[in-house]
Design a protein around this ligand. Structure first.
Ligand code: PLP
Length: 431
């Protein structure tokens, strides 16, 4: 399989080139040249498959030309070493719980698969690959944990000193092994500048193999298609499925749209936004107008210029009517999110996190117009990751799961650094 850039200004790339580059040289996003249609046989046996078996079937259709069966199997089974249960919340409303991985957010799926794919693609090279990542919180933890213990790859996480929550910080500063955290005297923008400058540094690139684990990497978004197949197969037979996705950069929704293109019979998608409703505005007006993001309590969706919008346009040939036929949108303010979390908990006993709350409510609204359909919303993070917000909404002291507590109890190991590029470069060359 070859991968083309959505900007079309560079030749198609191999899987290895596309994964190690992340972003194409013309600043486009990579897309597979063919989206394979899965066979009737595959769908007929899907209900009897485990999550890993279903995922391997999908992965083989996409990556089978480039990755040998045994290696692909290791990749899928290694990445998906946790459950993704479909939990019934109300009559025709289900939550696909994507938060049972190591950092308790759905980004574990993409990050763990990307780590294994990168390791595989660089396995015959004798130099270490160094993944550089700048983080304001969540990306650092998913990437660091995704690559933890993966041989041949080291991860350097840069984060702004004092500007990341304690729980987030603990998820990438206490790991040790092949993960190094750098606490930068500066802002997130300084961290990002240091990483970008390192990628552009010819002298450094000649001596160190550097790459990114950016959220636009195709090996991060494609594996997210796996759980759409799995979730659909857990529904009672004969359901017409509508799927709702709490969206920020739209990688997760994009993966669902790919699954549909591969033959998965999802009737309709719903994109849930918080106050950052750039995509909803596009659905309503056919105009895409990025703007600076606004901080909300569903902060992983605070995105003012969703990067995967380019992929969605590419998939639909920029045809607004076709996009709106497949996808609807809704938006929720912080006050509404609080209300949704509270009411859902009181009425059903189900605890939504602020992101899942947007998705759950958007799905309810959609199902009002389609009462025959059955809805699945993606629950992208465990509520305890937003403990302060949750406690204030519900008036309780929610328990931190042992998995998150374990991070908090670990020994913080960081390298302190100025925001000068020369210091960062010296560090990379000496390590
Ligand atoms: C990243 C994230 C999202 C947004 O996902 P996209 O793929 O960027 O649209 C939603 N919820 C949580 C908890 C996240 O961490």
């Amino acid at each position: 399989m070859k991968y083309y850039s959505t900007n079309g200004q560079v030749p198609p790339a191999t899987l290895k080139e596309a994964v190690l580059k992340g972003l194409a040289d013309d600043n486009g996003l990579y897309m597979p040249e063919q989206i394979p249609l899965l066979s009737g046989e595959f769908f007929a046996s899907l209900r009897s498959k485990t999550l890993q078996e279903a995922a391997l079937g999908v992965a083989t259709a996409l990556f089978g030309d480039d990755v040998a069966p045994a290696a692909l199997r290791d990749m899928v089974y290694g990445a998906l070493n946790f459950d993704i249960p479909l939990v019934r919340v109300a009559d025709n409303l289900y939550s696909l719980e994507l938060f049972h991985g190591p950092t308790m957010a759905f980004k574990d799926v993409g990050a763990r698969f990307l780590a294994r794919m990168m390791q595989h693609l660089t396995r015959n090279e004798n130099s270490e690959t160094n993944v550089l990542v700048a983080t304001s919180g969540d990306t650092g933890s998913a990437v660091a944990n995704g690559f933890l213990g993966v041989e041949g790859i080291t991860v350097t996480v840069l984060y702004p000193k004092g500007l990341v929550s304690k729980i987030q910080e603990s998820q990438f500063t206490t790991l040790g092994q092949n993960i190094c955290a750098i606490e930068v005297e500066g802002t997130f923008d300084d961290c990002q500048r240091l990483v970008k400058q390192a990628f552009l540094d010819v002298e450094l690139s000649a001596r160190r193999r550097l790459t990114s684990a950016n959220s636009i990497n195709l090996a991060r978004f494609i594996p997210q298609a796996f759980y759409y197949f799995w979730g659909w197969a857990q529904l009672p037979q004969g359901c017409e499925a509508v799927v709702c996705v709490p969206s920020g950069n739209f990688g997760n929704l994009m993966a669902g749209l790919m699954a549909k293109r591969m033959g998965l019979p999802i009737k309709h998608f719903v994109a849930a936004n918080n106050a950052n409703d750039i995509f909803l505005c596009y659905l309503q007006t056919a105009k895409f107008s990025p703007r600076p993001s606004i901080a909300t309590i569903a902060n992983a969706m605070d995105v003012g210029n969703p990067s995967n919008f380019a992929r969605i346009m590419d998939l639909y040939g920029g045809d607004h009517a076709k996009v709106t036929a497949d996808i609807s949108g809704y938006r929720y303010s912080d006050a509404q999110i609080r209300e949704i979390v509270k009411c859902t908990f009181d009425e059903t006993g189900y605890m939504l996190d602020p992101h899942g709350a947007c998705a759950c409510e958007a799905l309810r609204e959609r199902l009002k117009h389609d009462e025959k359909a059955t809805g699945i919303f993606l629950e992208t993070a465990h509520p305890a990751k937003f403990k302060e917000t949750m406690d204030s909404i519900l008036g309780v002291d929610i328990a931190i799961p042992p998995k998150l507590q374990a991070f908090m109890g670990g020994q913080k190991q960081v390298v302190g650094m100025s925001s000068r590029y020369e210091d960062f470069k010296d560090f990379l060359l000496s390590s």
